[in-house]
Design a protein around this ligand. Structure first.
Ligand code: SF4
Ligand code: SF4
Length: 434
C-alpha cells in the first residue's frame, strides 16, 4: 500500500546510490572507544581499569543502581578510562580498549535459538546490555516500558529513513529481514503483545527489484510510503495511525533486541550511511561499535576536504568535534561530510516559506516576531507550542535563520544545539519543488 504527501522537503536525491551499493564490512580496528555513561553519572558506575582484560560476554562496566551494564563488542585490554566529547557536545566516560580480536558469535546461530521468552526476560536482556534505539538514541528497555505505560496500540518498525542522505534503516531491514521481524515480535511481547507493523519509504524507482524482494520476505503488516520530509508528521494523521497511539523503534534496535534476548550479548556492529557532498560516493558500512569515526572516513574517497562532519541526520543531526576521538555508537546512523560552513543567518525577508512547509500548522515568522517583541501570548497564538523541532522550516529558510532552535527555546523546550553546518544550499533547493 503506498502513500504520497504534499508539502515538505523532497528526499530522494542522495539516497538511492547507497542502497544500490553492496554493504561494506569494516574490520574491527586495533583500538575501540567504548562510551559507558554521561560524565555526570560516572560515580554510579564500576568500570574496568587500565590493564584489565575485557571480553564480549562479560560486563566491562556496571551500574547496579540503574540495572545497566556495558558489554564490549570485542575482547581486549583497557588502556585508558577517560572523558570524550560526543556529538552534540555532551561529555561521556569512555573505555579505550586495545582489541585482541575475540568477538561475538556469528549471526546465523540466532535463528536456531528461537524459543518462547517472557516479557520481563526480554526487557531485562535489553537493560543489562544497555541497548539503544538508533531512531532517537533512547534506552530501549526504558522506551518499551514507556510504550506500555502510554498504552501504545501499534508498534512500528520504522525504516522510513526520513532524511535526504541517510538510509541505514532500510539497509538493515534489507540485509536482515527475518531477524528484524523476530526482534520486532520480541519488542511487541515486551509491550504486552501489541500490533506490529513495518513501514518503509521506497527510494527511487531504480530499487523496485529490491523493494519487491523485501515485500515478499515481510510477513508482518507492511506499509510503503513515498513522501516529503517530515514524513511521520504527515503519516500520523492518516490511516492506519490516525487516532491511535503509535510507538516507533528502528530495525537495528529490533536486531539488537533479538541478539541480546537470544545470546545475552551487546550489539557488536551497526550499519551506518557514509556520504555527503565532500565524499565521492554514499555507501553503507557495517562497523564495530566503538570504532573511531576517522577509521571509517579513511576508507572513503574525499572529493573536497570537509569542514563539517555530522552524524545521525542531515537535518536534525549533530556535529562531530574530532573524528579521531569520536566513536561510532548504536545511534550514529550516518556520517556526513560537508565541505562548507553554511552562510551566517540574516534578517527575515518575510517570504513565508517557513509557514508553507511547516507540518504542524505553526506560523514561524509571526511567532518569532511576537517573541522578539516579548509577546509570548501572541507567539502561542501563532502555534509556538505546536513546534515538533522537525527543522523543515530551517532547511527552507533563505535567510538561514535557526527558526526551530529559537522557537524551542521560547517554548521552554531544550532545543537541539544550533548546528550551523547544515548545507542549506542542497536542502533548500529541494524544498522549493512543491
Ligand atoms: S522562511 Fe525565513 S525568511 Fe522566510 S519568512 Fe520564514 S523566517 Fe522569514
Ligand atoms: S521546526 Fe517547528 S516550526 Fe519549523 S517546520 Fe518543524 S514544526 Fe514547523
Amino acid at each position: 500500500m503506498e502513500r504520497v504527501f504534499g508539502a515538505g522537503i523532497r528526499l530522494d536525491n542522495e539516497r538511492t546510490p547507497a542502497l544500490r551499493n553492496a554493504l561494506r564490512i569494516l574490520p574491527t580496528p586495533e583500538e575501540l572507544i567504548l562510551p559507558v555513561c554521561p560524565w555526570a553519572q560516572r560515580q554510579e558506575w564500576q568500570v574496568a581499569q587500565p590493564g584489565e582484560q575485557i571480553l564480549p560476554e562479560r560486563a566491562a562496566a556496571l551500574c547496579e543502581a540503574r540495572g545497566r551494564a556495558m558489554c564490549p563488542p570485542a575482547g581486549g585490554t583497557v588502556t585508558a578510562v577517560e572523558a570524550r566529547t560526543m556529538p552534540g557536545g555532551e561529555e561521556w566516560l569512555c573505555l579505550i580498549v586495545e582489541v585482541n580480536g575475540k568477538s561475538a558469535e556469528p549471526q546465523e546461530t540466532i535463528r536456531h535459538k528461537y524459543s518462547r521468552i517472557g516479557r520481563e526476560e526480554i526487557l531485562q536482556a535489553a537493560a543489562v546490555t544497555s541497548l539503544q534505539d538508533e531512531l532517537d538514541g533512547a534506552d530501549l528497555a526504558d522506551k518499551l516500558r514507556r510504550f506500555v505505560r502510554q498504552k501504545t496500540e501499534i508498534l512500528v518498525c520504522d525504516a522510513v529513513c526520513d532524511d535526504p542522505y541517510n538510509t541505514d534503516a532500510l539497509r538493515a531491514l534489507m540485509e536482515n529481514t527475518e531477524e528484524v521481524q523476530m526482534g520486532l515480535a520480541l519488542a511487541a511481547t515486551a509491550c504486552c503483545g501489541i500490533r506490529t507493523m513495518i513501514v518503509t519509504s521506497r527510494a527511487a524507482e531504480a530499487l523496485a527489484r529490491e523493494a519487491a524482494n523485501l515485500r515478499q520476505r515481510i510477513i508482518v503488516p507492511y506499509l510503503d510510503v513515498t513522501g516529503r520530509y517530515p514524513i511521520w508528521e504527515n503519516l500520523k494523521h492518516q490511516a492506519p495511525f490516525a487516532g491511535h497511539r503509535v510507538g516507533r523503534i528502528g530495525p537495528q534496535a529490533c536486531l539488537r533486541l533479538l541478539w541480546a534476548a537470544r545470546l545475552h550479548r551487546a550489539p557488536e556492529r551497526c550499519i551506518v550511511t557514509v556520504g555527503g557532498p565532500a565524499l565521492r560516493e554514499t555507501v553503507h558500512y557495517s562497523v564495530t561499535v566503538g570504532t573511531p569515526i576517522s577509521k571509517v572516513l579513511e576508507r572513503c574517497e574525499q572529493v573536497e576536504s570537509y569542514r563539517i562532519l555530522a552524524v545521525r541526520s542531515a537535518i536534525r543531526g549533530e556535529s562531530v568535534l574530532s573524528a579521531a576521538d569520536t566513536p561510532v555508537t548504536q545511534d550514529t546512523r550516518c556520517i556526513l561530510a560537508f565541505p562548507e560552513l553554511p552562510p551566517v543567518p540574516r534578517a527575515c525577508i518575510g517570504c513565508g516559506r517557513c509557514v508553507e512547509i511547516c507540518p504542524s500548522g505553526v506560523f514561524p515568522l509571526y511567532a518569532l516576531r511576537a517573541m522578539e517583541r516579548g509577546d509570548k501570548k501572541r507567539a502561542e497564538y501563532f502555534g509556538l507550542h505546536h513546534c515538533v523541532d522537525c527543522r523543515a522550516c530551517e532547511a527552507a529558510c533563505p535567510a538561514n535563520i535557526p527558526i526551530a532552535a529559537r522557537l524551542m527555546r521560547a517554548a521552554g523546550k531544550r532545543p537541539q544545539p544550533v548546528e550551523l553546518w547544515r548545507n542549506r544550499r542542497e536542502v533548500r533547493a529541494d524544498a522549493m519543488h512543491r
